[in-house]
Design a protein around this ligand. Sequence first.
Ligand code: SF4
Length: 149
Amino acid sequence: MILVSACLLGKNVKYNGEHNYNQDVIDFLRDKEYLPICPESAGGLSIPRLPSEIQGGTGAEVLSGDAVVINQEGTAVTEAFIKGAKTIEILLKKHNVTMAILKENSPSCGVTAVYDGTFSKNKIPGMGVTTAILHAHGIPIYSEKNLPQ
Ligand code: SF4
């Protein structure tokens, strides 16, 4: 089973109520078993919602309690992000997850980089919160920018 960021499949779950439809992802998934996920929705955040960024680190530091997630108004939403990530983690026990394809740069789903918490489009290397959990379980993770060959 492949976990896939739902927004990449065209689901309107993005913070602004829109999606990140990606034809390459759709083509890759043809004839494969996959499960759409949206950690931020799973964590109880609304659609639409304010955009959020990790402050003080990346997903791994959020999980260790050394960084926080804040929305654009400065409200902490760390708990919702961790709840969402743990909800996705539970899926690992229910399904034979062999891979994840996640939305690059997202504070939940980012694979190689996330925004730096200044809301100024600066990115830093690192994973989103859910990506970090999946990585800790050894799941191979790709993004729409780097699909398996
Ligand atoms: S990037 Fe992840 S958390 Fe954000 S809308 Fe897409 S699936 Fe949901």
